[in-house]
Design a protein around this ligand. Structure first.
Ligand SMILES: [Zn+2]
Length: 169
């Protein structure tokens, strides 16, 4: 088994460079070498670390590079934390993550993006259009109601004037 010195992800022996970092891979000689288990954030990260701790597996956290542009837009710290475990505990740690649902059986991470993006699939521009459209409709409704009120006042006054006028004829 080999691992990437930069991102600490595990790789098969037949691979020479890390797919993500493009860095040459090192062979694992020390069973305590910290290797990448999963990246997570917030409560999910706490949940995984607690589960690992319960299983007697020590873990370490390495912060990934922050995506500053995303932070400006959402105001949420979206930087993932890489959870590292000793190489010898990797398989057990992986099973723990599958057990708590942090990793699907096929090894795919469960995405937690949904809770931060209520209107997923729509760009910010589209959301703005919706907001503007909504308030425009509201303004039209208000204008119509105002016209009705004015009409009522005008016709009402006329009717009252006419009625009073008829009384004194
Ligand atoms: Zn790498």
């Amino acid at each position: 088994m080999k691992y990437c010195n930069s991102c600490r992800k595990l790789h098969n022996d037949n691979e020479e460079t890390c797919k993500e970092c493009k860095k040459p891979l090192s062979s694992i000689k020390d069973n305590n070498t910290p290797v990448f288990l999963i990246s997570a954030e917030g409560f999910e990260k706490d949940r995984i670390i607690a589960a690992l701790s319960d299983a007697g597996i020590p873990s370490d956290i390495k912060r990934q590079k922050k995506n500053n542009s995303a932070n400006v837009v959402t105001g949420v710290d979206m930087s993932d934390l890489n959870i590292l475990v000793p190489y010898q505990a990797y398989e057990k740690a992986y099973d723990v993550c599958v057990g708590i649902g942090a990793i699907k059986e096929e090894g795919e991470e469960i995405l937690e993006d949904g809770e931060y993006e209520p209107s997923k699939g729509k760009s910010l521009d589209e959301q703005f259009e919706e907001l503007n459209g909504g308030s425009k409709t509201g303004r039209i409704v208000l204008a119509i109601m105002l016209l009705i009120l004015i009409a009522l006042a005008v016709f009402g006054t006329d009717a009252i004037t006419g009625f009073i006028g008829n009384l004194f004829k």
